[in-house]
Design a protein around this ligand. Sequence first.
Ligand code: GTR
Length: 397
Amino acid sequence: MTKGKMALAAALMGVSASAWGANAPVNVPELMKSFSGNAIKSVADWESVRNPEILEAYRTEVFGVRPKAADERKRVSFEVFDVGEAMDGRAVRKQVRIRYAGPHGQFAFPVTVYIPKGKAPSPAFVYAAIYHDTVVDKDGCVVKSRFWPAEEIISRGYATAAFMVTNVAADAKAGFSQGVFPSVQPEGERTADSWATISAWAWAASRVMDWIEAEPLIDAKRVGIVGHSRGGKTAIWTGANDRRFAMVCSNDSGCSGAKLNHINLPRSESIAKITNRFPYWFCVNYRRHVGREMEMPFDQHELLALIAPRLLCVASATNDAWAGPEGEWWSAKLASPAWELYGKKGLVADSMPAPGAPQQEGCVSYHLRAGGHDLSPYDWKCYMDFADRHGWRPAAP
Ligand code: GTR
C-alpha cells in the first residue's frame, strides 16, 4: 500500500497512522455493525446482539465451545491445604486445591495465593503461569516464576494467585485425554468446535475466581487476570467469558490474542504458523482461517471489545515482532468504541507510544516496553499503576 493510501485508510478510521510503525489495518470488520449488517447504536444493542454474536464466533471458530458442565458451580469445591505466613510476615500464603466433580470423572489443580496482611479485603491479580523458570513444588503449586513478582505485588497492596496452566491441560499435542478434558467429556465425543487447551486454561482461571468469591480476604469485585503470550491469549479469553474479572492484562499475546489480523505484518505469527505448531490451543474449525486473515469476518479488536466496559491492558515489546506490536495497538484502538458506548473512554491515543510511555488515560491501557518477549516487573508496574488509577489501591492501613 502507498503512503497516501495508508494515511487514507487510517484517517477513515479516525486515527492517524502509527508513528512507531508504518502499517495500518486494511478492511477491518466493523465493530459497530452486526454480522447481519445492522448498526449497533446502544449498550442494549451491544449486550443483546453484538457481544453475544462475537463471543459465539470466537467459541465456534477459534477457541472451541466449552461444555456446559464445565462451568457448573455446583461441581466445584475447595480444599485450603496450607495456610501460613510469608514474605517476613507481610503476607498470608494459602495453597488451595480446586476440585471439579465432572460428569465423567474428578479433576483437581492447585493454586498458590499470597494476600497482603491487614488490608482485607484486597484487590487481586490472578496469574496464569506458563513455561520459563516457573518452579512448582511436589503438589504442583507455583513456588516462583521470573514472570510473577509476587513480593512486589504484595508490597503494592495487591493479593495474587498463580496456577500453572499445564496442571490443567497439557501444553502438547494429544493432550485431550489428559488434564481437565476427560472429566468433562469423553475424548471420542469431540467435534470440530470442541473446546481446546486455551479454553481449558481460561476455565481454570474462572475456577480460581470461584474460590476468590468465597475468600473474605480478597475483594472479588477488583480482580484482574494476567497472562503472558499463550497465557495472554488465555487471559483475554478468560475475561471475554467471565465477566466477574474486572480487568484483563494481555502481555505480548500476539497472534490469536491481541494482534489484529487485518494488517500486514509479515514478521509476525500467522494463523497458518500458530495452528501448525500449536493446533491443540484451538478448535479444529480455526484451521478454516489459515491463510485467509484478510477475509475473516471478525477480528481481534472485536474479541478485545468483549472486555468492555471493564479495564483492559494490552502490552507489547519493541523486539517482539512475532507478536506484532502494531497489530496489538490497533486492536486496542479499534476496540475502543465499545467503551464509548458505555460513556467511557477506551484507548486515548492517536498513535503508538514511545517505549516506556504508557497510554493509560481511558479504560484501555496500552504500553510498549523496550526489549523482547517477556513479562517483566515493568509490565506488572504498568498493570498495577492502571489499577491504582481506577481506585483499586487499597486505603493505607
Ligand atoms: C510462541 C507462539 C506464540 C506465543 C509464544 C509464547 O512460540 O508462536 O503464539 O504464544 O509461543 O507463548 O511464548
